[in-house]
Design a protein around this ligand. Structure first.
Ligand SMILES: Nc1ncnc2c1ncn2[C@@H]1O[C@H](COP(=O)(O)OP(=O)(O)O)[C@@H](O)[C@H]1O
Ligand SMILES: [Mg+2]
Length: 354
């Protein structure tokens, strides 16, 4: 089912991922219609059409769906039911089942465990008593993570010993959570694949990801040799997940490179921050291949263009350094045109190729 150029792609969510998707879609001759609750958004700024609406406003969502040819989403923490309801009107890619699994850490971990993934020991936690029982099973050090709505390290608390149980439970707002054993990893990496409507899968080089304060700081390709040694196994898992979900579009998996092999951390049913380097660093970007995949076009080559690339996020007022960044003539600066540079907020990124 091909959605040809000149058609309108509906994107749920208005952030920078939607912005870069809309730019890639425009290059291929598509229009984009953004649906987001914000007055203005980074994605709406570059799209032909946008609607301001809440994600649980079923009526507005239906009107939006009726106005487009195909639907996708760029934001993970949207309620699944209203999105699933839209499948009555238009194809939604990736399918809402993938969204439902990826936005709940317990469903996600159980799902990948069934597919043979290596995961840190984990247990669900719904109360302080559960947490104490989970600590007994999982051990310490450990990380308590809310099942839902966590991103950029938010909704997490670390525990050094059972003494930390109460403070950790309070710190995450006493919400349904999972406790995860702490993984002694050497490096973190991500695997990004695109799966087309015909089931064909392409993958980019694994990116080595470095986090500061729980937020991605840099993604570097090629990755450290210890990551490259584990990339095949990680990629095989990504493909199994995509096939199990009959997934169409770009899918991202985050891993820890540990001694015994790649440890699955989490997945995102969408384009990902650790793939921004592909805009200049690969023959086809994650954004373009996502558009191609959901529209039923052939996927583009994911080959590196200059042997490698490094992407650095601009967080908070780091984006004010745009002048100094551009002093390096090799720098590709991306600013998301967010008006309020809160500390910890992703304002842009810069990529250096080669
Ligand atoms: N089980 C773990 N062991 C060691 N470090 C972890 C573990 N879980 C998360 N981290 C660290 O915290 C970061 C953020 O956690 P993650 O689960 O990816 O949440 P988010 O949704 O905020 O990205 C990870 O990239 C990693 O650096
Ligand atoms: Mg993460």
């Amino acid at each position: 089912m091909t959605v040809p150029p000149l058609s309108t792609i509906g994107i749920i969510g208005g952030g920078q991922l939607g912005r870069m998707l809309a730019v890639a879609a425009a290059q291929l001759g598509y229009q984009c219609h953004i649906y987001a609750p914000d007055e203005r958004s980074p994605a709406a700024d570059v799209a032909q059409l946008w609607t301001r609406g809440d994600y649980d406003d079923a009526e507005a969502m239906e009107r939006f769906a009726q106005s487009v040819d195909i639907l996708t989403y760029e934001f993970e923490n949207i309620p699944v039911e209203p999105v699933a309801a839209l499948t009555a009107f238009r194809r939604v890619s990736p399918n809402p089942e993938a969204l439902g699994i990826a936005q709940d850490r317990a469903l996600e971990k159980a799902f990948v465990d069934k597919l043979g993934a290596r995961t840190a020991p984990w247990a669900t936690v719904d109360s302080l008593d559960d947490l104490k029982a989970a600590i007994a099973r999982v051990g310490t050090p450990a990380i308590l993570k809310t099942r839902r709505d966590g991103y950029d390290g938010k909704g997490q608390a670390r525990l050094r010993s059972i003494e930390d149980a109460e403070s950790a439970w309070t710190a995450i707002g006493e919400r349904p959570a999972i406790l995860e054993g702490f993984v002694n990893f050497e490096h973190e990496f991500s695997i990004i694949i695109a799966r087309g409507a015909d089931g064909r899968v392409v993958s980019w080089d694994p990116a080595e990801n470095f986090h500061v304060n729980g937020i991605l700081d840099t993604s570097t390709v090629p990755a450290h040799p210890s990551i490259l040694a584990e990339a095949d196994e990680a990629l095989a898992l990504a493909v199994r997940i995509a096939e199990a979900l009959e997934y169409i579009g770009v899918l991202t998996l985050e891993f820890f490179a540990a001694e015994g092999g790649p440890v699955f951390n989490e997945m995102a049913p969408r384009v990902h921050n650790s793939g921004h380097w592909t805009i200049e660093g690969a023959l086809t970007s994650q954004f373009e291949n996502h558009v191609r995949a959901i529209c039923g076009l052939p996927l583009g080559s994911t080959e590196l263009v200059a042997g490698g690339a490094q992407m650095r996020n601009l967080i908070g007022d780091q984006a004010n350094d745009w002048g100094a960044i551009l002093a390096d003539p090799r720098a590709h600066l991306h600013l998301y045109a967010k008006r309020f540079p809160r500390p910890g907020r992703k304002m842009g990124h810069v990529t250096i190729v080669g």
